[in-house]
Design a protein around this ligand. Structure first.
Ligand SMILES: Cc1ncc(COP(=O)(O)O)c(C=O)c1O
Length: 386
């Protein structure tokens, strides 16, 4: 039997791994399962995106390789949108790169910058490709717990000097999954300053920049002075446009870092299906007409879920962004047994904080991926566990 490389020993189990089996078994037994586990919206993508995908699929030219260049019109729309939304001017050919979903780009970036002996600074809990990319590239992950007493920010002052000296990349994600925290601009300035001082790449995951409420407009890291030297920002069509399965996103930022990522990708993929890129472009072009209504749906869900969880006995902070509630565990119970009980006894899937990293212990995450009525029902069922 061929031996798997020992680097896999350091890999945590994929958090959603056993849930689909249990959920399937429960459903087969007739249990009405409410799934609030994954950040995968139950809502439709913009009709304009679907129409553009269909039309593009009829064009034989779209069936050829996209390569890393991809659809030039998509690059142009991305650059124009970044300018309108953030006031960030980008060269669509040199400072923008289409991705097969932002996860792909985030994971691959480490191959350009990280190797044995190198460290990366990673939020814990945090999205899997930060750690995954680091470990696959042979580096070591320095996990920093995101705690409420630090407003779920990484305190740069706490990074030990010997780690800081080896740090090649810092991963930040605000608005944050799973804590739903937002980062103030002065913190982003500190992050850019720290990365410049230490010669580290700032990998800024902005997947939730558009899922924000009550007038909050999350910034781009590229708005911060000096960021262009060290930062690359990742955007996704998944959350803004309910297009998780389309696998399309983009990277933007420093031309040198974008070029490095493009070089890595040249060896690992040959571009997203160009009809998908045409659909993504139509989604971006429909932003003003379509996104506010979708965000309003999430806002109503957020309010319904928060109110009903409170009524059920949970302590809930109402977040200014993301499609998640990050709920403290009642009475310091462990999150994984609680989530398992929630599924088996009440038919509700939530994500235990510990499954997203040790630093997530003490919380569970609830995704706003069901109607208000279903979220209220889920909250009531969860309350029965207290
Ligand atoms: C923090 C974060 N970044 C990026 C993504 C992903 O996106 P994509 O579907 O574009 O790969 C997700 C999806 O869950 C996420 O939570």
């Amino acid at each position: 039997m061929p031996k798997v490389h020992p680097r896999f020993d350091d890999f945590p189990a994929y958090p959603l791994a056993e849930v689909p089996r249990i959920r399937r078994e429960l459903r087969a037994q007739g249990v009405d399962v409410i799934d609030l586990g994954a950040g995968d919206a139950d809502l439709a993508p913009p009709p304009a995106a679907v129409a553009a995908l269909k039309a593009a699929a009829d064009d034989p030219a779209m069936s050829r390789y996209g390569f890393q260049l991809g659809l030039v019109e998509l690059r142009e729309s991305i650059a124009a949108w970044m300018d309108r939304r953030f006031g960030v001017g980008l060269d669509p050919m040199a400072e923008v790169l289409p991705l097969l979903g932002s996860k792909e780009g985030i994971a691959h970036l480490a191959f350009g910058y990280v190797g044995p002996g190198d460290a990366t600074v990673i939020p814990d809990p945090g999205y899997q490709p930060y750690r995954g990319g680091t470990l696959l590239a042979g580096g070591s992950a320095h996990l920093v717990p995101l705690r409420p007493e630090n407003d779920f920010l990484i305190p740069f002052g706490d990074i030990p000097p010997d780690v800081a000296a080896r740090t090649r990349m810092v991963y930040l994600n605000y608005p944050n999954n799973p804590t739903a925290a937002a980062a103030p601009v002065r913190y982003l300035e500190e992050a850019v300053g720290w990365c410049r001082e230490h010669g580290a790449v700032l990998c800024y995951d902005n997947a939730y920049s558009e899922v924000a409420f009550d007038g909050y407009r999350p910034p781009s890291i590229l708005e911060i002075e000096g960021a262009r030297e060290v930062a690359i920002e990742f955007h996704s069509f998944s959350k803004t446009y309910n297009m998780t399965g389309w696998r399309v996103g983009w990277a933007a930022g420093s031309a040198a870092i974008v070029a490095t990522l493009q070089r890595v990708k040249t060896f690992t993929d040959t571009g997203q299906f160009m009809a998908v890129q045409a659909g993504a472009r139509a989604a971006l072009e429909s932003y003003d007409d379509w996104v506010p209504g979708n965000v309003e749906t999430f806002r109503r869900r957020r309010d319904a879920a928060a109110a009903s969880l409170r009524q059920a006995g949970f302590e809930v902070h109402v977040p200014s962004a993301t499609m998640y509630l990050w709920v403290p565990m009642p009475e310091a119970a462990a999150s994984e047994p609680f989530a398992l009980r929630a599924l088996k006894e009440q038919g509700v899937v939530v994500m235990p904080g510990a499954a997203l990293g040790k630093g997530g212990e003490g919380f569970f995450r609830l995704a706003l991926t069901a109607t208000e009525e279903r979220l209220e029902e889920a909250a009531e069922r969860l309350g029965r566990l207290l």
